[in-house]
Design a protein around this ligand. Structure first.
Ligand code: BGC
Length: 767
């Protein structure tokens, strides 16, 4: 009887299976059935899985940010295959917040998102706990809007001040980039959604970004441009990595086996999927072969390339299966797979508070003569600068976020109990209104450097009456830029003539009456400061602070938050002081095809400090409303054996509570390899120390911290000799030093010979 029943069941199953030629034989995607699913998929299905479903085209081009119906405005997706129970997944931009359409057709609900403080600002916190907390809130918003992967964080190195996307990135230093990125990815992914760390790698400019060949030495790649990615992969295992648009040493990164397989997977142990940047690279078959698992945004022609490749033998189907397997492993982790019932109602109010605090805690006080800041409640403020009323909260392009509101600096100061002079407020409001009427905005997405409202020049009488009726002047200087274009030196890195004149006029008038001028820098990348900063009594670097911009600025100006950020990028005297300026954005000048990184490892402070070029504000610099004393530097040993622990005591010697960022630099012995004068090997931040309170900070120096990359032998090597630990408040303000020795040369790690330049690079050395 039992046997008869089983036979009947078998018969029914086989009839059902035969009735559907496309049947999966009942195999549904689960952890244990991945191989069965791959075996049951036909070639077309596999080719469709490794390729997104394309962008919607309208008019002259793609509407950036249209995936399928699920999350309108998301940048891309992967295809669904119902017969295997494989859901589509949703990928959305970007580093500063979830970029989706704020409203949808036939839907009364809204989908506004939080604009977080931009990357350069978050990195200025040097606070991995703070960044992780932002990541946790960010990840929640990603999940509650039905997104599986956020196309963030951006982890390219700030090689040159003019890169239009610098605001999306963290630092000129790979260690800061790596640890801040790790904190962000861990925070985001703690929600069960994924991060796509981008743009891997050496994507340091926007000029000709889709074709430029970055010619970089193996050493500079290993020590500078790959290091941050290495740290995030090893310490946070992002679900995905986005390969970049550019070539490295002649080969597109998305078609580069050295980069995507030998280094990323074999050396670093990356377990996730690699996706292209949108329309990145040329050859879908090459991308599949080297392990660029997913092509975005994809579309039919890309799938066809892959099908053709398998059919004509240029693509081994086993490699395609490998990529399909990885994508299925990724899908299994997603909220879409587990059918997470997202609310479309993240707690935007709570997230705004996280953004506000993070921005305030990360801002950098560059100057504060005569305790110009903080301002007392009730201070009468003459508020100048278009940026005070039209504050830039973040950059353009895929790093832009659709917000329900944003707080400008005027509103923020007002809410904090500072009194804004009404006449100036009225004049600026009218001026901005008229300018907007004359230059209406087209579309919601801006790329590159947007048109900025030219600075307003109040009349002498207006300035005079402001001097007479106010206690202090505040002037905000704003900049904006983003994806698709680099910045210019004239009228962008450098101030416009008008801006110079206005600052001068305000400074003179206020100083004549013994009143102070505070300048707020509302910028996404480094600008020139030396020609005007003498005229300011205080300078606050607010960067682009996100949705609560004005409140965050007010928290610092009012003293509610004692600034504790420090710059993670050097501010040079003039643009041409940085060595990269000699090779940016490449040659030939009219139409660059190649950019040679002739500065080698001498990027940012590594150049300025090693070659004695004095910056205005050095890497790691930032003031506080209080002061700190450093003492008692101790090393666990004066001979290196596996690791050394350094401890240092930091004391708040001033009058108000504050936090201090402490940096550990190392000067290594120079034998066969030329080395920077000193390099950052660790950083830590104190808690909020009360006046008189001390804290001991601990740093671990492992063998990797001692090593440089020796190209001859493709190895990380630590030279025997004397190493000096330098504890600093910035790279140019070393407070304490102590030395230890390494007795014998050490080969720390031998790696693949990879990413070898095909042309000679005349690299800078100290010798
Ligand atoms: C950008 C990426 C972004 C993607 C999707 C590209 O143009 O370079 O950073 O994630 O578009 O919008």
């Amino acid at each position: 009887m039992k046997r008869g029943f089983s036979l009947l069941l078998l018969l029914i199953c086989s009839i059902l299976a035969n009735a559907q030629p496309n049947s999966s034989n009942g195999v549904r995607l689960s952890k244990s059935t991945i191989n069965d699913v791959v075996a049951a998929m036909n070639l077309e299905e596999k080719a469709n899985l490794v390729v997104g479903t394309g962008l919607r085209f309208e008019g002259s081009g793609p509407v950036i940010g249209e995936a399928d119906g699920k999350v309108a405005g998301a940048a891309g997706n992967t295809m669904n295959f119902n017969r295997f129970g494989i859901p589509g997944t949703v990928l959305a931009d970007g580093p500063a917040g979830v970029r989706i359409d704020p409203t949808r057709k036939n839907d009364t609900k809204t989908y506004y998102a939080t604009a977080w403080p931009v990357g350069t600002l978050l990195a200025s916190s040097w606070d991995t706990t703070l960044v992780r907390n932002v990541g946790v809130a960010f990840g929640n918003e990603i999940k509650e809007y039905g997104v599986d992967v956020i196309l963030a964080p951006g982890m390219n190195i700030l090689r040159d001040p003019l890169n239009g996307r610098n605001f999306e990135y963290y630092s000129e230093d790979p260690l800061v980039t790596g640890w801040i990125g790790t904190a962000m990815v861990k925070g985001i992914q703690s929600n069960g959604v994924g991060s796509s760390v981008k743009h891997f790698a050496a994507n340091n400019q926007e000029t000709k970004r889709n074709s430029i060949d970055a010619v970089v030495s193996e050493r500079a790649l290993r020590e500078i441009y790959l290091k941050g990615f290495e740290l995030v992969v090893k310490n946070a295992q992002p679900w995905t990595i986005m390969s970049s648009y550019n070539k490295i040493n002649g080969i597109f990164t998305s078609e580069n086996k050295d980069l995507l397989t030998s280094i990323l997977r074999d050396e670093w142990g990356f377990k996730g999927i690699v996706m292209t940047d949108w329309y990145g690279g040329r050859d879908a078959v090459a991308q599949m072969i080297v392990g660029n698992d997913l092509i975005e945004p994809g579309g039919k022609s890309k799938s066809q390339n892959i099908i053709d490749g398998v059919k004509n033998g240029t693509l081994d189907e086993k490699l395609l299966d490998r990529n399909v397997t990885r994508i299925l492993e990724f899908i299994l982790k997603t909220p879409s797979y587990s059918k997470y019932n997202y609310t479309d109602k993240p707690d935007l109010k709570a997230h705004a508070q996280v953004a506000r605090n993070a921005a305030a805690e990360s801002m950098v006080l560059l100057k504060n003569n005569g305790n110009a800041l903080p301002l007392k409640m009730g201070t009468k403020v003459a508020l100048f600068g278009v940026g005070s009323y039209q504050t830039v909260i973040g950059g353009t392009g895929s790093g832009q976020v659709n917000v329900a509101y944003s707080v400008n600096i005027a509103e923020g100061l007002n809410d904090a109990g500072l009194v804004i002079q009404p006449e100036l407020l009225k004049q600026y409001a009218n001026y901005i209104k008229e300018d907007k009427l004359a230059h209406p905005k087209k579309g919601s997405l801006t790329l590159g450097t947007p048109r900025m409202i030219p600075e307003y020049f109040p009349s002498n009488e207006t300035i005079e009456s402001a001097v007479n009726s106010c206690d202090v002047a505040v002037f905000t200087l704003s900049r904006n830029s983003g994806e698709g274009a680099d910045r210019k030196v004239t009228d962008d890195f450098n101030l416009t003539e008008n801006e110079q004149l206005i600052i001068k006029a305000i400074a003179q008038s206020f100083h004549q009456k013994g009143k102070k001028l505070i300048i707020i820098l509302n910028i996404g990348g480094v600008i020139e400061t030396v020609s005007w900063h003498d005229q300011a009594d205080a300078v606050l670097l607010a960067w682009q602070p996100g949705i609560e911009a004005g409140n965050s600025v007010a928290d610092v100006l009012s003293g509610l938050v004692n600034p504790s950020g420090k710059i993670a990028v050097t501010f040079p005297v003039k643009y041409t002081d940085g060595f990269s300026s000699k090779n940016f954005p490449g040659l030939p000048v009219e139409n660059p095809t190649q950019v040679k990184y002739e500065e080698g490892v001498y990027v940012g402070y590594r150049y300025f400090s090693s070659f004695g070029v004095k910056p205005v504000y050095p890497f790691g610099f930032g003031l506080s409303y209080t002061q700190f004393a450093y003492s008692n530097l101790k090393l666990s040993s004066d001979k290196f054996n596996k690791k050394i622990t350094a401890t240092v005591v930091v004391k708040n010697t001033g009058k108000v509570p504050g936090k201090e960022v402490v940096q550990l630099y190392l000067s290594a012995p120079v034998k066969s390899i030329d080395k920077p004068k000193l390099e950052l090997k660790g950083f830590a931040k104190t808690g909020l120390l009360k006046p008189g309170e001390s804290q001991t900070l601990t740093f671990n120096i492992d063998v990797r911290s001692l090593a440089s990359f020796n190209t001859e032998v493709s190895s990380w090597v630590a030279d025997a000799g004397n190493y000096t630990v330098k504890i600093g408040a910035s790279v140019d303000d070393i407070k304490l030093t102590k030395s230890f020795t390494l007795e014998n040369d050490l080969e720390v790690e031998r790696v693949h010979k990879a990413l070898v330049p095909q042309i000679k690079i005349d690299e800078l050395t100290k010798k």
